[in-house]
Design a protein around this ligand. Structure first.
Ligand code: OGA
Ligand code: MN
Length: 196
């Protein structure tokens, strides 16, 4: 296990979250950005809730998303999904989380968009256990906004969405994306425990 994966897993184990800057190097970020561009036509406005619950509501959530799967890009397979599988395996070893599935999408927040405080588990489906986000914003600056805020019992953690940063947190924690002033790009997903 690499040191960075160890940091992610230890963070979940001890603090319910971890933020690791430069988790992915510049080459990986460039490969992810290329895959992101290649899917540009497939981005759709995101909703909140599932299926019949699905509400497209820009006053809650303004990002556009495109789902990604294993097998559609060599770069994503070797640089991204491989690492996610490793994190999942180590979380099961260390934290007995019973993770057996995952799902990921690219996300684009255009200027003026945000995602109000929420939890990632659905009312009807609590299979999402760990939320994972990788940011792809090169040269991010404070004025660009779009920070992630994670609400803990007695604290609030702020994450700058800088290229290469990985954040993981328990999906039941409340969190929000504050308004972005620039295009804000990420890969977002969940490690899941799906009951048979
Ligand atoms: C989400 C989410 C956080 C982020 O997509 O559910 O909370 O920093 N994303 O992009
Ligand atoms: Mn969320």
């Amino acid at each position: 296990m690499t040191l960075k994966i160890e940091q992610a897993v230890s963070g979940i184990y001890s603090s319910r979250y971890a933020i690791i800057e430069d988790f992915f190097d510049e080459n990986s970020v460039n490969a992810f950005l290329l895959a992101f561009q290649n899917k540009q036509k497939l981005f759709k406005e995101a909703g909140t809730g599932k299926k019949l619950d699905l509400k497209k509501n820009k006053s809650v959530r303004g990002d556009k998303i495109a789902w990604i799967n294993k097998g559609e890009s060599n770069e994503l397979d070797t640089l991204f999904f491989k690492v996610m599988d490793e994190i999942q395996l180590e979380l099961n070893r260390r934290c007995f989380m019973g993770l057996n599935n995952s799902e990921f999408h690219f996300a684009l927040y255009e200027p003026g968009t945000f995602y109000k405080k929420h939890q990632d588990a659905f009312k009807t489906d609590d299979s999402r256990k760990v939320s994972v986000i990788v940011y792809l914003n090169k040269n991010w600056e404070q004025n660009d906004g779009g920070e992630l805020k994670i609400y803990l019992d007695n604290a609030k953690v702020t994450v700058a969405p800088k290229a290469g940063t990985l954040v993981v947190f328990e999906s039941e924690l409340e969190h929000e994306v504050v308004m972005s002033n620039v295009d804000r790009l990420s890969i977002t997903g969940w490690l899941k425990s799906v009951k048979p």
